[in-house]
Design a protein around this ligand. Structure first.
Ligand code: UTP
Length: 295
């Protein structure tokens, strides 16, 4: 029997305080990474994994995101008249990627609260949560493996990455044990933003999750946790601790990931993606070498 389709939920309603003042009037998910807003990479990644129904959770400054995925007839006409087919193709791409829906999160009460806003749209199918400021390089596979693992186990599946001790306090962190499958771990517990001393491992949750709707019932009664926010990690901890449920599994990602909500990572993302591009790399590479040599 074919598997029921998976929808994607992209939370993009955070305040983006680390990027102020750039995010004063614009969501951080709209910051350009080379020549596309960060969130477009995430939508492309979902489409690449075969997902064609996407719900974006938006906050204040909502229009920037919805406008981006809408068609802009005047602009399209202008490019057509000028015969600029390459730019026209790229403009059309952003509105043709998937069926994109929007729902508001009235107040940014945390990632768990943002995900709960997707309950009505998701219904009773499984869904992927993809953070709108977290980019996975398209050359490195992750989401398809997570979806397969979810279908195999029926469990919640999270993406994990080894991070240095100095960064561990910025993440949800898993205590986990290996399974018979390479790169897949069984998660025994999760803790949101622990201190380095309290962290159960160096495996941090990165912004991809594949979940079943059971998580909504838990989120509905999840109290505010770290930072006074309703944390998705706390709801997942409950799933991991339930001896009668399918539990939580982690896919350990070893590829390229860029957290564009962090200024240093954002700059690294632009540099790495730009130097690898055929249209920009040849000009940039010698310039970077020269620049680095004089640092
Ligand atoms: P972050 O913690 O990275 O977002 O949330 P933030 O709060 O905007 O960041 P800073 O620390 O103030 O710079 C992870 C993801 O969850 C979304 C964010 O948009 C981001 O994609 N989020 C967070 C929501 O949609 N709603 C919330 O209430 C909180």
């Amino acid at each position: 029997m074919p598997h029921p389709p998976i929808k994607a939920v992209i939370p993009a309603a955070g305040l983006g305080t680390r990027f102020l003042p750039a995010t004063k009037a614009m969501p951080k998910e709209m910051l350009p990474v080379v020549d596309k807003p960060a969130i477009q990479y995430v939508v492309e990644e979902a489409a690449q994994a075969g997902i064609d129904d996407i719900l974006v959770i938006i906050g204040r400054n909502k229009n920037a995101i919805s406008n981006h995925f809408d068609s802009v007839p005047e602009l399209e006409e202008k490019l057509k008249d000028k015969g600029d087919t390459d730019r026209l193709r790229r403009v059309l791409e952003s509105s043709d990627l998937a069926d994109i829906h929007f729902v508001r999160q009235g107040e940014p009460k945390g990632l768990g609260h943002a995900v709960l806003r997707a309950k009505a749209h998701v219904g009773d199918s499984s869904f992927a949560v993809m953070l709108g400021d977290d980019l996975i390089d398209e050359r490195d596979e992750l989401l398809t493996t997570m979806i397969e693992e979810h279908r195999r186990t029926g469990a919640a599946v999270i993406a994990l990455m080894e991070v240095p001790q100095t960064h561990i306090h910025l993440y949800g962190v898993a205590s986990a044990e290996p399974t018979e499958h390479d790169g897949i771990v069984k998660v025994n517990g999760l803790v949101e933003k622990p201190s380095a001393e309290d962290a159960p491992s160096n495996l941090a949750i990165i912004g991809r999750y594949v979940l079943s709707p059971a998580v909504f019932d838990i989120l509905e009664r999840t109290e505010p946790g770290k930072g006074g926010e309703i944390q998705l990690t706390d709801a997942l901890q409950e799933l991991a601790a339930d001896p009668d449920g399918p539990g939580v599994y982690g896919v350990v990602f070893r590829g390229r990931r860029y957290d564009t909500g962090d200024r240093v990572d954002y700059i690294k993302a632009i540099v790495q993606l730009a130097v690898d591009r055929e249209d920009l790399g040849p000009d940039l590479r010698p310039w970077f070498k020269d620049f680095a040599a004089n640092l």
